[in-house]
Design a protein around this ligand. Sequence first.
Ligand code: HAM
Length: 413
Amino acid sequence: MRISILKGFADVYPPEVKIWQKIEDTAKGLFALYGYEELKLPVLEHTELFHRGIGGDTDIVEKEMYTFTDKGGRSITLRPEGTASAVRCYIENQLFNMPSPQRFYYYGPMFRYERPQRGRLRQFYQIGCEAFGVDHPALDAEVLVMIHNILTSLGLNSLQLELNSIGCEVCRPAYRIALIDFFKGRLSHLCADCNRRYGSNPLRIMDCKVPACIEQRQGAPVIKEYLCEDCAGHYQRLKTILQEMGLTYRENDTLVRGLDYYTKTTFEFTTDLLGAQKAVAAGGRYDRLVEEFGGPATPAVGFAMGMERLVSLLKDRVSLERPTFVFIASLGEPAEKASYRVAGQLRANGIAATVNFGHGSLKNQLRKADRLGVTHVLIIGDNELSRGIVNWKDLRNGKQGECTLEEFIKLVR
Ligand code: HAM
């Protein structure tokens, strides 16, 4: 019986993997320009990290985590996101002693047991960043401009930046009361989860995906009207900086995000090209999380973008043309031996190469080269060996000639 891949998981292989590499390279290049350094974080963490970090009432923690008991009887969870782990690492390794702001990025698979659909997987890759130690809205703006730069460097110019502020522990109690008031008469129309959330964390009702709950929250009070002076000032300054930097945004009063740790700024870069899954990159400020996890009071802001969603958007745009790759066809045993040496010399000069592995007619070898999709073929026979030259052909434009190996190396480089 053939064993197939798990539902909601995906293999990535050539040629599409080239789009992945292009996104990785572009993001890492820009992160470096903004002073971000990499964190390599574990895929498994104590379940409690996500309970406390993301919040027990969220869809992610309530329904979507891959949680199991390990052989030592501990409850462990495949990470559904990267921020909680980054904060744990920040505190555990005292990275707060580095000069501030401390800027980090991470890249890797995340796991959420969601119903798979276009743009939504159970294992998906995020590339994201977290910046610690500065509460100034200029840092929020810098992160937003950096994401915009990554997207436009990839040729994605039409994404919409949606922006909101969800306040802090000072302004949220009044908003909470307003929500409780609003939903009081609608409880029988809300799902069971939201009925529970009504008592524990009514803000989460604003993020429920159940159609009846979406309908019931039409006309609900918006957090913007309840912001305290500090949060309102931060939001206003952020908008002013963004205007000065020329980054357009749309205010979205209902953008509350599906994770509990956010304070003040929340944002999403969205598209209509991926059906129901609109967010390509998302994040916000979380000024309380480091302290809640036992670290020193440290403001922070960050984001993550979904690789699969980016890849979908880029599928038709990134050129999948192969970089230089040389196939060495050889005729006769002495030439076959020489082909191994020639391949070594090409690779030593940074040029990808493969040999034919064994004998074959020239016709068969050329057919093989064609199927491999190489860019160049080198032909070596007794004649070329005795004259110390190679015979080359560029398969992309049909040009051909003969020259020494050194000249050929110069030519393709
Ligand atoms: P998030 O909004 O849950 O935020 O995820 C960020 C991005 O990951 C989404 O915008 C989407 O592109 C991608 N994503 C999420 N779930 C899936 C899925 N099931 N399949 C495919 N792609 C998905 C966070 O995870 C926060 N940790 C972001 C953050 C960092 N906030 C502050 N710092």
